[in-house]
Design a protein around this ligand. Structure first.
Ligand code: PGA
Length: 248
């Protein structure tokens, strides 16, 4: 398992999109570039995980909180690990909203992922209402603390955080670089109260309408260590320019 060092990460979250031909189009596009300064992660739907070569690191978009058993339609952490995944996105707002994933469920999944040697990409983020109501930081702290209570702060050395404001996901309405930096700094300071070494080393990705045209500005912020990319990860050209925008 990776001990994180803030080497930039750009992760593409295909959601329920893409097809077999996108796998090869994307691999061809990335194969000719020197992307050794970052970790490029693709999180396609489960059926496509086995189709990727070694141009990219692989991640899943979700996994079960159970190890095995009568859970029709579910996929376990060890299955993902065996399939070649090194990452798994957990707590994405679409899973929290559409599949009733509470902070407690997300925390259990993070624990299972770590036990299987996967690096969780733990997503946190607020709605516009929460932000406008002045509850932004308390809300985010609660999302983080639920996981910390389950696994302990030291395990955060093996986690990647992703700040994904819900109002910016798939809306074309990106957080400004200043808004992203303000929250990333808050998240780092919040963790620093528990362990300053881990807070300094943890990768915090920004997600929410990142494109080739805005990636550089977002990634140039001090506490932004890369991105979690939805829509733009389906366009190999745009995804490549986002990867190239990651800090060296
Ligand atoms: P988006 O999605 O880039 O399409 O806004 C980001 C995400 O949901 O991870």
């Amino acid at each position: 398992m990776q001990i994180l060092s803030r080497r930039p990460i750009v992760a593409g979250n295909w959601k329920m999109n893409g097809n077999k031909s996108l796998v090869s189009l994307l691999e061809d596009k990335l194969a000719h570039e020197d992307l050794s300064h970052l970790d490029v992660v693709i999180c396609p739907p489960f059926p496509y995980l086995g189709l990727f070569g070694d141009t990219v690191s692989l991640g899943a978009q979700n996994m079960s909180m159970h190890d095995s058993g009568a859970h029709t339609g579910e996929v376990s952490a060890s299955m993902l690990q065996e399939t070649g995944c090194s990452y798994v996105i957990l707590g994405h707002s679409e899973r929290r909203a559409d599949h009733a994933e509470t902070n407690e469920i997300v925390a259990l999944k993070v624990e299972k992922a770590l036990a299987a040697g996967l690096t969780p990409i733990l997503c946190v983020g607020e709605t516009e209402e929460i932000r406008d109501g002045g509850n932004l930081f308390a809300f985010l702290a609660e999302q983080i603390d639920a996981v910390e209570q389950q696994i302990g702060i030291l395990q955060f050395a093996h986690i990647v955080l992703a700040y994904e404001p819900i109002w910016a996901i798939g809306t074309g309405k990106t957080a400004s670089p200043e808004q992203a930096q303000e929250v990333h700094q808050f998240l780092r300071e919040h963790l620093a109260k528990k362990n300053s070494d881990i807070a300094t080393k943890i990768n915090i990705l920004y997600g929410g309408s990142v494109k080739g045209s805005n990636a550089k500005e977002l990634f140039s912020q001090q506490d932004v260590d890369g991105g979690l990319i939805g829509g733009a990860s389906l366009n190999p050209e745009d995804f490549l320019s986002i990867c190239l925008a990651a800090k060296q």
